[in-house]
Design a protein around this ligand. Structure first.
Ligand code: FBP
Length: 261
């Protein structure tokens, strides 16, 4: 049977907790005394009823408790090199499966001079994942000299469509900034499930939840979020607010009611 995103969905929607920033950004940029501990994040995933948890393999090997469905990022890079971005494979699909993953994640920097290598590598990984019964999710981030604006609506729609063309089961993309233009991106992705990538911590809860509502109104499946949850003073309240919008279809106002103000 063809692998699907079903293990990561509730009522057809999903809220994934991302925690690969230790590699991507480094601990001093994103973490504090609490969030530097993978166990803290894993508890947020479980108590906050996230439908999926994203780890790199090293964190999964040492911490994964099997409670929240797992996605292993199989490529990655640090923020140290300059120049055009490329993230290479650092975990095999076989190892991801052995660690308990139900899906693999892979970042493609669309527009980078190295995009051909990443497209090729994802092609191979997608095939292996499907042969082993795992879903293949791609983070598609347009980036590099050729991309002056990485959230321009036509660029985001291109990223979403690329997810369909390369055989992803789900695509993780940035928000265009408004629901109308994001709708076109969701439409361009066809049968591929679209998750919005959370981004840096928003200035207010209302600003972030308004984005999330816009994404869901555009027909997306949900959200893959890290910093806006585990950098929050009350991550479980933020998780409850997200569930209101994403799983229960409630308003921003109702969701805000879940947060201490
Ligand atoms: P956030 O919600 O914290 O933005 O996490 C989503 C994510 O895609 C992570 O999986 C990844 O580490 C990070 O964003 C990449 O960020 P950048 O845009 O700086 O490459």
């Amino acid at each position: 049977m063809k692998p699907t995103m079903a293990p990561f969905l509730r009522k057809g929607k999903g809220i994934l907790l991302a925690y690969d920033q230790g590699l991507e950004h480094g601990p001093s940029k994103d973490f504090n005394e609490k969030s530097v501990d993978p166990q803290y994040i894993q508890e947020i995933a479980w108590k906050g009823k996230f439908t999926g948890l994203i780890f790199q393999k090293g964190v999964a090997e040492k911490y994964y408790d099997g409670k929240t469905p797992l996605i292993i990022k199989v490529n990655g890079k640090t923020s140290l090199p300059r120049g055009e971005p490329i993230a290479s494979q650092i975990c095999s699909v076989k190892q991801a499966k052995a660690l308990g993953a139900k899906a693999v994640g892979y970042t493609i920097y669309l527009g980078s001079v190295y995009e051909n290598l990443m497209l090729q590598e994802f092609g191979r990984i997608q095939q292996e994942a499907h042969e082993m019964g795992l879903a293949a999710i791609t983070w598609i981030y347009p980036r590099g000299e050729a991309v002056p604006n990485d959230t321009a609506p036509e660029i985001i729609a291109y990223a979403a469509r690329t997810g369909l063309e390369v055989g992803a089961d789900a695509v993780k993309i940035k928000y265009t900034g408004d629901s109308e233009t994001f709708k076109w991106a969701v439409k361009s992705a066809g049968a591929v499930r679209v998750f919005m990538s959370g981004g840096p911590k928003a200035p207010t809860d209302e600003a972030f939840l308004t984005q999330v509502k816009g994404v869901m109104n555009a027909g997306a499946t949900g959200l893959a979020v890290g910093r806006n949850v585990w950098q929050h003073e009350h991550p479980l309240e933020m998780a409850a607010a997200l569930r209101e919008i994403i799983l229960n279809g409630q308003s921003v106002e109702t969701a805000l009611g879940k947060l201490a103000r």
